[in-house]
Design a protein around this ligand. Structure first.
Ligand code: PLP
Length: 394
């Protein structure tokens, strides 16, 4: 087996390289148009114009008004602003103390909800997911109480790629007049997001998942949805998020979102072809392997697996030696012995959940790279299984 001459990057769910066209669009806002967007002289007005244009672009793509877009520093901030902003406001004004969420959210939601519960007097209902990681909208409806402050269910899962029935959940939330937030960080750039069609009141995005820069995100907050700013100071972002706007990054986000939207159809068609070859190749070539996440309602770029008897982390190290960058849902990678909360919520035992591998594809991947992975992965899995104390010899 020959080592790949370059890194075969299959971790696009973690982050993406910045598209050179995005870099090009950002550069002038460091070099020539470096003004503070709040300043009244020419340089400031240039920056402010760029900000307005970026806001308009994002709003056009998401099908909302520009004033409903709040630029943030990342997806985690957008999630925090949505949850805390709505929960605190409705708690104070209406005595609403209840939050509904799912057990497979990103930690930006999970840990925020935990904190709201532990320190701020909220009660939390976590609706179940099935074996594919899918939420049943009927369960969301059943969890609604008179004091529900907010519902937050992610659009698409970062580990297993399952895409939720967001429009249906949104319809239920709206019928009960409860603000509905969706963390669409993984869906951004991969799925056409229309906030009206999806019936969402708040939606989080992060640029670095769709070939934009790291450290910039946005929150769509529907007009009329009460939102207490979590970061106070100046009147930036229509007084909903204080802090001098990072104009180059915001321009980068809007450009990346525009390119991803324009190229989505063609890009997804290519990526799905690669993904499906990868999935069938792995399942056919490796015994006791299985796909995780929903078989059809999944992100175009997500191929995630479980391999019995072995640790995801060991697979990653071996893949790295062979020049392949991938990820595991197993939290062992972050120094904890706990398996992925996502796989556990989907009903996989700890032992099984430890053997997870996520391969997330992107627009620069080629069929040659996929064939290379299919050539090396069975050998890596077999080698690790031979050393595994969990496997009883045949
Ligand atoms: N939500 C989801 C579903 C994610 O996958 C991520 C990042 O991986 C985040 C939120 C956090 O985004 P950021 O890294 O921009 O803070």
């Amino acid at each position: 087996m020959e080592r790949a001459k370059h890194t075969v990057y299959l971790d696009h769910a973690a982050t993406t390289a910045v598209d050179p066209r995005v870099v090009e669009a950002m550069l002038p806002y460091w070099k020539e148009h470096y003004g503070n967007a709040s300043s009244i002289y020419g340089l400031g007005r240039d920056a402010h114009r760029a900000l307005d244009q970026a806001r308009q672009k994002a709003a056009d793509i998401l099908n909302c008004a520009p004033k409903e877009i709040i630029f943030t520093s990342c997806g985690s901030e957008s999630d925090n602003l949505a949850l805390r902003g709505v929960a605190f406001e409705r708690q104070k004004r209406l005595k609403k103390n209840h939050i509904i969420t799912s057990p497979i959210e990103h930690h930006a939601i999970v840990h925020t909800v935990e904190q709201l519960e532990k320190y701020f007097g909220f009660e939390v209902s976590t609706v179940p997911v099935n074996h594919f990681g899918m939420v049943d909208p009927a369960d969301v409806e059943r969890a609604i109480r008179p004091d529900t402050a907010i519902i937050s269910i992610m659009f698409a899962n970062n580990e297993v790629g399952t895409v939720q029935p967001i429009a249906q959940i949104g319809e239920i939330a709206r019928a009960h007049k409860i603000p509905f937030h969706t963390d669409a960080v993984q869906a951004g750039g991969a799925i056409a997001l229309d906030v009206k069609a999806e019936n969402v009141d708040l939606l989080s995005l992060s640029a670095h998942k769709f070939y934009g820069p790291k450290g910039v995100g946005l929150l769509y907050a529907r007009r009329g949805v009460p939102l207490l700013p979590t970061q106070t100071g100046g009147g930036h972002e229509y007084s909903r998020r204080a802090g001098t706007e990072n104009v180059p990054y915001i321009v980068g986000l809007a450009t990346a979102l525009e390119l991803a939207t324009q190229e989505m159809k063609a890009s997804n068609a290519r990526i799905i072809q690669l993904r499906d070859r990868l999935i069938s190749g792995v399942l056919e070539g490796i015994p006791e392997s299985q796909l995780t996440g929903h078989p059809t309602q999944r992100l175009p770029n997500n191929a995630s697996f479980l391999f019995r008897y072995i640790e995801g982390e060991s697979i990653l190290l071996n893949l790295d030696l062979a020049g392949v960058a991938a990820s595991s849902g197993s939290a062992c990678t972050s120094g904890s012995l706990e398996p992925s909360h996502v796989l556990s919520a989907m009903g996989f035992s700890h032992e099984v959940a430890h053997g997870s591998l996520r391969l997330s594809l992107g627009k620069e991947n080629t069929m040659e790279e996929i064939e290379y992975v299919l050539e090396i992965l069975p050998g890596i899995v077999e080698k690790l299984r031979q050393m595994s104390p969990l496997r009883t010899p045949a």
